[in-house]
Ligand binder design. Structure first.
Ligand SMILES: Nc1ncnc2c1ncn2[C@@H]1O[C@H](COP(=O)(O)OP(=O)(O)OP(=O)(O)O)[C@@H](O)[C@H]1O
Ligand SMILES: [Mg+2]
Length: 238
């Protein structure tokens, strides 16, 4: 399954959610590949693997790329990445379906249970590649008026693309006390069936999660994320 978390606006929690999703699936015995497509090198920064020889710029130019195996879990799960290259933004004329084509050509869909793509927070060639390659698209927006507006506009953009993928909207970094304008209600009213049932709470343990290979997602966090992960993957996870 190929999953892309996206929005046209920066800072909506795409990389955080992608990282969390990848770590969860990895800890549950899945073979996971993260492809970073943000020229700001978010995935490289999260995992400290900046400018590896094997990167997504090469992938988008049709070269054979060997994903970098980050860690193996006792559950049998593996977590690999194809990190970004700082030069990725120079690839502005690449075809929108190039990544989809390369994933197929290089057999990644057979080698990995989940491929998670992390695009930039803008509508450009990298984002279109991430969106066009996905079976499932998650549109992430924080619980703020600006993110809500961006998400409304972005859903129209996606609709114009006539995609066949599943699309979900998720409200991120929600804290009841920090939502006096009731933005969460506005999300639910505007996006109806597209909306993931529960918002993602404010969570502060992501850094520990990625830095310590033996770090276990805290049970409370895992429980609160379960609805998101089950909806997106379409599977029950114990
Ligand atoms: N659920 C959450 N709880 C707490 N903090 C969060 C949560 N989601 C995101 N953040 C914080 O919000 C900031 C932006 O998150 P993140 O980098 O994931 O967004 P992004 O959409 O990937 O940004 P960009 O567009 O720059 O790629 C970070 O400081 C991150 O730690
Ligand atoms: Mg990001």
């Amino acid at each position: 399954m190929i999953i892309t978390t996206t929005n046209k606006k920066g800072g909506t929690g795409k990389t955080t959610l992608n990282t969390l999703l990848a770590e969860f699936l990895y800890q549950h015995g899945q073979k996971v590949l993260i492809i970073g497509l943000d020229p700001n090198c978010s995935i490289s920064e999260v995992y400290g693997k900046v400018l590896q020889d094997q990167n997504s710029k090469l992938l988008l130019t049709g070269r054979e790329v060997q994903p970098y195996l980050l860690k193996e879990h006792t559950s049998g799960g593996t977590l690999s990445i194809i990190p970004e290259d700082l030069d990725l933004s120079m690839l502005s004329n690449v075809m929108d379906t190039k990544l989809k084509h390369e994933i197929k050509k290089q057999g990644f869909a057979e080698k990995y249970d989940y491929i998670i793509i992390d695009p930039p927070g803008t509508w450009n060639a990298q984002t279109r590649n991430a969106v066009f390659a996905a079976d499932t698209i998650i549109v992430s927006g924080k619980c703020s008026p600006l993110d809500f507006k961006a998400t409304l506009q972005y859903m129209d953009t996606l609709q114009d693309c006539c995609l066949e993928s599943e699309v979900f909207v998720v409200c991120n970094a929600y804290n009841k006390n920090r939502d006096p304008g009731n933005i969460w209600e506005q999300y639910k009213n505007a996006f109806g069936d597209f909306m993931i049932e529960n918002p993602i709470p404010l969570v502060n343990s992501f850094q520990k999660l990625v830095q310590n290979p033996n770090y276990k997602i805290p049970v409370t966090v895992e429980k609160r994320m379960m609805n998101f992960i089950q909806t997106v993957t379409g599977k029950e996870w114990a």
